[in-house]
Ligand binder design. Sequence first.
Ligand code: GSF
Length: 201
Amino acid sequence: MKLIASKTSPFARKVRIVLAEKNIPCDFIVDIPWDPDTEVPKFNPLGKVPVLVRDGGDTLYDSRVIVEYLEQVKPWPMLIPAEAEAMIEVKKWEALADGVGDAAAAIFIERKRPEAQQSTDWIARQRSKIDNGLAAMNTSVEGPFCMGNSFTLADIAVGSCLGYLDFRFPEIAWRDRYPALRVLDEKLATRPSFAHTLPEA
Ligand code: GSF
């Protein structure tokens, strides 16, 4: 299997952490979808990373489909609970964390445009999604993990999102306002799967 991704994408990091936690071998092909010579559209018509290329050439996207697939391929250690309520709760966490990542990535892209073309309203709207999303996560963390004693995909999605904010928007300083997320992040940072996949330019 091959994972086509950038080293900065929070969605790709989610997949990389799942691969590491499940100890699934996978080649990592770095491709930045914004580069003029990107090959991503050959693998994903949406031109987005991450893309998983299965042995045999079939491709999977997006990150939520990929992690679901990896859970099917190698159920242990279990990252998505089998029990329906807990499974939906994990998916809700993932949607929330991915949504914060989407809003942060949208601001990053907007700020790349010439200053006169940037929309301050659009940036403010995305910023409120980040702030509201972080506040919702902070009040929902049960401890020690998002959903109590079990380490799940919820923690992987949240940790990836927080790492992206540190990387692109350190000025948000989320640790000062969201103590439960700070404690969670400190715990997650001790796992090799998180330590070895930190975003880098
Ligand atoms: C989001 C992927 C995405 O936005 C997923 O895989 O979960 N829902 C999707 N990827 C960005 C890079 S990053 O911000 O993570 C991407 O590939 N953007 C290129 C583009 O043309 O939008």
